[in-house]
Design a protein around this ligand. Structure first.
Ligand code: S6P
Ligand code: ZN
Length: 188
């Protein structure tokens, strides 16, 4: 067996970034334009193509011995009245769980199973959310500042975006009367 060397990473409290930054994933509206409900609002924003979120991913081997860990920085904003959100996914190995720890801002963690069960949890700094095995998960920035959370999950979990890309989540998170509302997604 090859022994892996211990190491640490610094979390930058102001930005939510990691140092060293690891593998950086950036997603703009054009990377997920079909996931928002209001296609006219999408078209109107596509020229600007806003940055919606970034993931700073500590690079460890993608196998069951290891624990993947990363921060997600989800910017505030809306497409029409739908809040900025992550794409959302099932894990490729679907029975792999995950822990989210909110560090900054506020948001909503929405989850669903393939059987159509739906659940949501509010996140604020200090909230530790548990995403159990079999639940797809997406985060939504329901506030007006940057929403940041740390995530840890089994090294071999992988990401399956397919079903979410075609069907979406059971509910969309929209702004209504200066609060958020969970609204049925007609294409689910
Ligand atoms: C990974 C974990 C998060 C997300 C990240 C971006 O299992 O759930 O790190 O990857 O928040 O979301 P998404 O849906 O684009 O991967
Ligand atoms: Zn995940």
């Amino acid at each position: 067996t090859k022994i892996f060397q211990p190491f640490s990473t610094m979390y930058e409290f102001d930005s939510g970034a990691l140092n060293p930054q690891g593998k950086l994933i950036s997603r703009r509206l054009s990377d997920m334009s079909s996931m928002y409900q209001d296609s006219e609002a999408v078209q109107a924003l596509l020229n600007d193509n806003p940055l919606i979120y970034e993931v700073y991913n500590v690079e460890v081997p993608e196998n069951e011995e290891h624990i993947q860990h990363c921060t997600t920085i989800l910017y505030p904003g809306k497409v029409g009245s739908e809040f900025f959100m992550t794409k959302g996914h099932y894990h490729e190995i679907i029975n792999r769980a995950e822990i989210y720890f909110c560090l900054k801002g506020k948001g909503l963690l929405i989850m669903q199973t393939k059987e159509g069960e739906f659940s949501s949890l509010e996140m604020e700094p200090g909230t530790i959310a548990y995403v159990p095995p079999y639940w797809a998960h997406r985060t939504v920035n329901t506030g007006d500042e940057t929403f940041v959370f740390f995530a840890a999950y089994p090294g071999d979990a992988g990401h399956d975006y397919g079903l979410i890309e075609t069907e979406g989540f059971v509910k969309a998170v929209m702004e209504q009367a200066e609060k958020y509302a969970l609204v049925a997604n007609p294409s689910y």
